[in-house]
Ligand binder design. Structure first.
Ligand code: ADP
Ligand code: MG
Length: 541
C-alpha cells in the first residue's frame, strides 16, 4: 500500500526486462508511438502527476498511457462495498478488547504491532476517548481472480488483497490519471488503439466507459467534514476560547498532515492539501513524527467528557482539528521513543484522528485473516446480506498460530508453492514472500515467529497489453492490475455516521511476473479502468 516504501527492484529495471526477457516474450510486438508518450507526459507534468525522487526534484509518476480493461460489474461491486468496509472498521475498532485479543498472539513475533497495541492500551487506560468522532480514509485493494481454463478464462471474481486504514495514498494522482486517459482517448484515439489489445480497442471504440474518479473532491471533503465537525463541537461548548471558532485565520484550527521526511509521493499529498484549502478554506500544517514530538502539546480546553477538560492538540501555535497520518505505518517511522510518545499524544487528544490507533490495528493482516474465519464477520456486521457481500471478496486466508494450522499451511504451500503468498504484519510494500521462497521460509519458521505471519491464497488476475511509462520512456508489456477503492467515513460513538461513502479509486498495473505492487516502491504504474461489459466472451484478445 502507501505512498512510500523501499525500492529494490525499480520499475525501470522491470521495464528493461519487459523489453527483452520473459515478459517481452509474451508481449505483442510493436512500439509505443512517440507522439502518444509526449502527449501523455505533457499532460501528466502539467497537472502535477509527479513524484519527487529527492527533495526539490520532480519527475512524472510511473503511469500507463492507456486505461486498463476491467469488468464493469466487478468495479461496481467493489464500489458498493466501500461503505460496508467503512462500517466494519468502525465496529472492529470500537471493540478494543476483541482487537487486542486477536493481536495478542502476534505481539511477541511482531514488536511493531505490539507497540501500536501498547499505545492503544495506554490511551484507554487514561479514560474514555477525548474525541468520539473517527475519520477513516481507507482503501480496499482488490484483484480480479480470472485464472486460465481449458476453454478460456474462469468467470471474474473480485477478491480483496488487503484493506488499508492508514496513509491510503494515490487518490489525487489517480483522479488526475483518469482525466488524462479520457483526454488521450478523445484526442489520440488512433495512437491509443495501437497500444491496447484488440478486444480493449474494440470496446473503447464502441464507447466503453472511463468512469469519473471523484477522489480529488471526496477525499478533501472528508477532511473538510471532520474539520467542520470539530469546529462545531468546539463552538457549542460554552465559553470556548479564541482558538476554536475559526474566525481568526491566525488561530483557527488546522488540519495536521503527519508525513515522512523526504516523502516521494508528495504531489499526491499536496494536491489533497490544496483541495482542502480551495474547497473548505482549511489550512494544513505538515510535520514529521519527529517534529510532532518536538512541538506538539496538549492544552486544556473546556468540554471534555464528564465535565473534564478537553485535551486539545496544539502544534506551532495552532490548534489541530484533524490529525491525518501519511506516516506512522511502519517501524521505520518510529526510530526513537519520542515518535511513539508523539503518537500517544495525538491519540489522547481531542483532535479527530485519521486514523486512530484502533483503526490502524483493524487494518492489520492478522485481523483480515481472523475476520475471514467462519462466523467472525457476524460479530460486527448485523446484516446477513452485508456480511455475505463482504465475505464473497475474501480469498483463502490461513493462520499459522497453532501447530495444526501451521502444519496445514505447510502442506498447502508444499503441494502448490505458486498458489500462496506469505505475508508478515507489515505495510508499505516489499515485505511479502512468494512461490518457493514462501514455501521454504515457512518450512524453516520457528514457533514464536509464525504468529506474525499469515498465508494467503494467490489471486490470479488476467493479463492484458499495456504501455507502461517511466522516466520519459514507455514499453509495451503484458500487465495485470490491482483496483483500490477509497472509502471515507466520519462517525463514531454509536451514532449514525456523518460521512460514509465510496470516494474514488486507484488502478495500479504491473508487468506480469512482478510479485509486489507498489507504485512508489517502483513495482507498478498508475492506470485507470476501462469498464468492460460483463457479457464479453472470455478468451478473445
Ligand atoms: P502491503 O501492505 O505491503 O501493500 P499487500 O498485501 O498489499 O501488502 O501486498 C503487496 C502486493 O503484493 C499487492 O499490491 C499485490 O500486488 C501483491 N499481492 C498481495 N497479496 C496477493 C495475493 N493474495 N495474490 C496475488 N498478489 C498479491
Ligand atoms: Mg498493499
Amino acid at each position: 500500500m502507501r505512498g512510500s516504501g523501499s525500492s529494490n527492484a525499480p520499475i525501470g529495471a522491470l521495464l528493461a526486462i519487459a523489453g527483452q526477457g520473459a515478459m517481452g516474450a509474451t508481449a505483442p510486438p510493436g512500439t509505443v508511438p512517440t507522439a502518444l508518450i509526449s502527449r501523455a507526459l505533457g499532460w501528466a507534468n502539467t497537472y502535477g502527476v509527479q513524484m519527487s525522487p529527492q527533495p526539490g526534484t520532480f519527475v512524472h509518476a510511473p503511469l500507463s498511457l492507456s486505461p486498463f480493461p476491467l469488468s464493469a460489474a466487478e468495479f461496481e461491486r467493489a464500489r458498493a462495498l466501500a461503505p460496508l468496509f467503512n462500517e466494519l472498521v468502525e465496529a472492529v475498532a470500537m471493540d478494543a478488547e476483541w482487537l487486542l485479543g486477536v493481536l495478542d498472539a502476534t505481539l511477541e513475533s511482531d514488536p511493531f504491532t505490539g507497540r501500536l497495541a501498547r499505545v492503544l492500551r495506554e490511551a484507554r487506560a487514561l479514560g474514555p476517548e477525548a474525541q468520539s468522532l473517527h475519520l477513516g480514509i481507507h482503501r480496499s485493494d482488490y484483484m480480479i481472480d480470472e485464472p486460465e481454463t481449458a476453454d478460456g478464462f474462469a468467470s471474474p471474481r473480485l477478491l480483496q488483497i488487503e484493506l488499508n486504514t492508514i496513509a491510503s495514498s494515490f487518490g489525487c494522482l489517480s483522479a488526475r490519471i483518469s482525466k488524462m486517459h479520457a483526454y488521450l482517448c478523445a484526442t489520440a484515439p488512433a495512437d491509443i488503439a495501437t497500444v491496447l489489445d484488440t478486444q480493449a480497442a474494440g470496446e473503447l471504440a464502441a464507447g466503453a466507459e472511463l468512469p469519473a474518479n471523484a477522489a480529488l473532491e471526496l477525499l478533501p471533503d472528508a477532511l473538510g467534514a471532520a474539520h467542520a465537525a470539530y469546529v462545531a463541537q468546539a463552538s457549542t461548548i460554552a465559553g470556548s476560547g479564541d482558538g476554536v471558532k475559526g474566525l481568526n485565520p491566525a488561530t483557527s484550527p488546522v488540519a495536521l498532515f503527519v508525513v515522512q521526511p523526504g516523502e516521494r509521493n508528495v504531489a499526491d499529498q499536496r494536491m489533497l492539501e490544496l483541495a482542502l484549502w480551495e474547497r473548505h478554506g482549511v489550512e494544513t500544517l505538515r510535520c514529521t513524527l519527529a517534529e510532532l514530538a518536538a512541538g506538539a502539546e496538549l492544552r486544556e480546553g473546556p468540554g471534555g467528557p464528564n465535565g473534564a477538560p478537553r485535551p486539545c492538540l496544539w502544534m506551532h501555535g495552532r490548534e489541530v482539528a484533524v490529525a491525518y497520518f501519511r506516516a506512522g505505518y511502519g517501524p521505520g517511522d518510529y526510530p526513537t521513543e519520542s515518535e511513539w510518545a508523539a503518537r500517544l499524544t495525538v491519540e489522547r487528544s481531542a483532535a479527530i484522528k485519521c486514523p486512530t490507533v484502533a483503526y490502524q490495528l483493524a487494518g492489520t493482516k492478522k485481523v483480515q485473516q481472523v475476520l475471514a474465519e467462519p462466523n467472525a464477520l457476524e460479530k460486527f456486521v448485523k446484516s446477513r446480506e452485508h456480511a455475505d457481500a463482504l465475505r464473497a471478496t475474501f480469498a483463502g486466508l490461513f493462520s499459522l498460530q497453532t501447530d495444526a494450522e501451521f502444519e496445514h499451511a505447510l502442506r498447502l504451500t508444499e503441494a502448490n508453492p505458486e498458489g500462496y503468498v506469505l505475508k508478515p504484519q507489515r505495510e508499505g510494500g516489499g515485505n511479502n514472500l512468494y512461490g518457493k521462497e514462501a514455501a521454504s521460509t515457512l518450512a524453516q519458521m520457528k514457533k514464536g515467529e509464525r504468529e506474525g505471519y499469515i498465508l494467503m491464497e494467490r489471486i490470479r488476475p488476467r493479463s492484458r497489453r499495456l504501455a507502461l511509462a517511466r522516466d520519459n520512456a514507455a514499453v509495451l508489456s503484458d500487465a495485470v492490475c490491482e483496483l483500490g477503492i477509497f472509502g471515507t467515513f466520519l462517525g463514531g460513538g454509536g451514532k449514525a455516521p456523518l460521512v460514509n461513502k465510496a470516494a474514488g479509486h486507484l488502478l495500479r498495473a504491473k508487468p506480469v511476473g512482478t510479485d509486489e505492487g507498489g507504485v512508489a516502491a517502483g513495482f507498478a504504474v498508475l492506470s485507470s479502468p476501462l469498464l468492460e461489459a460483463g457479457s464479453v466472451a472470455h478468451g478473445a484478445r
